[in-house]
Write a protein that binds this ligand. Structure first.
Ligand SMILES: [Zn+2]
Length: 258
């Protein structure tokens, strides 16, 4: 992949402290920032939670890619194993119906394929997906993707790293701290969430028990009084990169052309 290409993705799910909290405003703020820098991003949508926001999803799809992030974002391993393929297919159909376009990408909840990665990929291929981005690697990751063959057709697996999934504004701090690592491995895959930018400190039980609690809770504690600061940091960070931002699907198209 060209050195100047960056992948930016937004995992659009619910807030883990309050599933009913409306995050529309945060999605719109992220879209406005992307507009300033002509970022083309991929929005991985949890379909059950966002299917009522048809207008917003259609608006996103005008400039960005819409992809699947399951139906309900199951957070236990058992739930995941039992449901993930059904959820992948169901969410694909719902989102395709809303945006009137083929959905090609899938990302597992919590970026976890849990069991046999190859098995998950062949299921996704059978469902009509062209790529997935469900694998977390270490901060030393150097490889960004792998191309697999299923029935002589290509399927791409994208890798994310543990470092760049950290939320803003914390991630921009971490990026500076770990810059030599980024430099070595040419990190180019950033993931954010609309719920990274919220006030309200979660209860201790949520903090300790939810898979997202450990990083989101300190963030909210730090920015309780100034949520907008997170958006300003996001804007400054994207501005400082000076890269070309493509969606996953754009990159898949480039890889398939080779
Ligand atoms: Zn998620």
């Amino acid at each position: 992949m060209n050195d100047n290409i960056f992948l930016f993705s937004v995992d659009v799910e619910s807030d883990f402290t309050d599933k009913n909290r409306d995050l529309t405003e945060n999605v719109i703020k992220i879209l406005e920032i992307f507009d300033i820098f002509s970022v083309r991003a991929t929005f991985f949508i949890v379909a059950e939670i966002w299917k009522e926001k048809k207008g917003l999803l259609q608006e996103i799809s005008k400039k960005h890619e819409i992809a699947c992030h399951s139906m309900t974002h199951p957070d236990s391993k058992k739930e995941f194993d039992e449901n993930i393929i059904r959820e992948a297919l169901q969410s694909k159909h719902i989102l395709e119906d809303i945006v009137q376009n083929e959905i090609k990408g899938f990302r597992s909840p919590f970026l976890n394929s849990h069991h046999n990665d190859e098995k998950l990929m062949s299921f996704l291929y059978d469902c009509g997906f062209k790529y997935h981005s469900s694998c977390l690697k270490s901060i030393f990751l150097r490889k960004e993707y792998n191309i697999f063959d299923f029935n002589n057709e290509k399927f791409v697996e994208f890798y994310s790293d543990r470092l760049l999934i950290l939320p803003f504004p914390l991630s921009s701090l971490y990026l500076r701290i770990f810059y030599p690592f980024n430099f070595l491995k040419r990190a180019s895959n950033i993931i954010i969430h609309p719920h990274d930018y919220l006030s309200g400190i979660p209860t201790v039980s949520k903090w300790l028990t939810h898979p997202c609690g450990w990083w989101t809770s300190p963030l909210r504690f730090l920015f309780e009084r100034n949520v907008d600061k997170g958006f300003i940091l996001l804007k400054n960070y994207i501005g400082s990169l000076n890269k070309t931002f493509l969606s996953y699907n754009d990159v898949v198209d480039l890889l398939f052309k080779k």
